[in-house]
Write a protein that binds this ligand. Structure first.
Ligand code: MN
Length: 259
């Protein structure tokens, strides 16, 4: 009896459609919404492009562009060096981090109903413990994807800015400490930041960035199609650009799902 190798089986499953590939990436464009920090802080650059040629005198048979973009613009990856708490960790930049975990299982925590009712919804350790009672313990090495359905909103409702800052959901410190205890690879969200819009007022401020990156964990932001994923059982491929000493990068995030 011969048994096909794991990769031969995977290749056959991809060809047959038994394993499907779901795109979790927002389209990157000049319209991509940005995180806006209050004065006097520096700002991430919007995506912009400069045409080099388009089948014209600048290049008769070829079309290409240069582009400018912030490391933290659009669907993007946060490396530990992004936050001061992770600045002295080993392998804390996108070029240095180990590649093996960049293909990892994912669990989806669906709190879209709660977030529809409360834009400032905070995910707590209690919510996660309840989720685990239903779906099983979050496995070490997993991405934890926080489904809010925020990516389905129009730009104004997506950024949800107000005079006191943005109002978008996120985790509190207890949730992040529990995820670190579970030894997840990172935390992925649909919103612009892994932290809630009002996270400057939490303890510590920006608990996702402060605690996750201090523990060597990663972040994914501006994801979409989380509603197309199973609660457990998906595999996420999230490999940032290999920018020397980079703190993060835009990337294509793909998920493999069965059935
Ligand atoms: Mn970021």
């Amino acid at each position: 009896m011969s048994t096909a190798s794991t990769l031969v089986q995977l290749a056959a499953s991809l060809t047959s459609g038994a394993v499907r590939v779901i795109d979790l990436t927002q389209t990157l464009s000049e319209d991509t919404p940005l995180l806006v920090l209050p004065e006097p802080f520096g700002q991430t650059a919007a995506f912009s492009r400069q045409e080099i040629s388009r089948y014209d005198e600048r290049g008769v048979a070829w079309h290409w562009n240069n582009f400018t973009v912030g490391e933290h613009t659009g669907t993007h990856f946060d490396a530990p060096v992004h936050w001061v708490t992770g600045k002295d960790l080993p392998a804390n930049t996108v070029d240095a981090l180990p590649v093996q975990p960049l293909i990892a299982p994912a669990v989806v925590l669906d709190f879209s109903a709660e977030c529809a009712a409360d834009a400032d919804f905070l995910l707590t350790a209690g919510h996660i413990v309840e989720w685990e009672a239903q779906h099983g313990a979050i496995p070490a090495g997993s991405w934890v994807l926080f489904r809010t359905d925020w990516s389905k909103r129009d730009v104004e409702a997506y950024t949800n800015r107000a005079p006191d800052g943005p109002h978008t959901p996120g985790p509190d410190a207890s949730a992040i400490l529990l995820l670190i205890d579970r030894d997840v690879i990172g935390f992925g969200v649909e919103t612009i930041g892994t932290d809630a819009g009002q996270a400057h007022g939490l303890t510590p401020p920006y608990p996702a960035h402060t605690l996750l990156h201090g523990a060597g964990k990663y972040g994914l932001q501006c994801l979409e199609n989380l509603d197309a994923l199973p609660t457990t059982g998906a595999i996420v491929i999230a490999a940032p650009l290999k920018i020397r000493d980079g703190s993060g990068s835009p990337l294509r995030v793909l998920a493999l799902v069965e059935g």
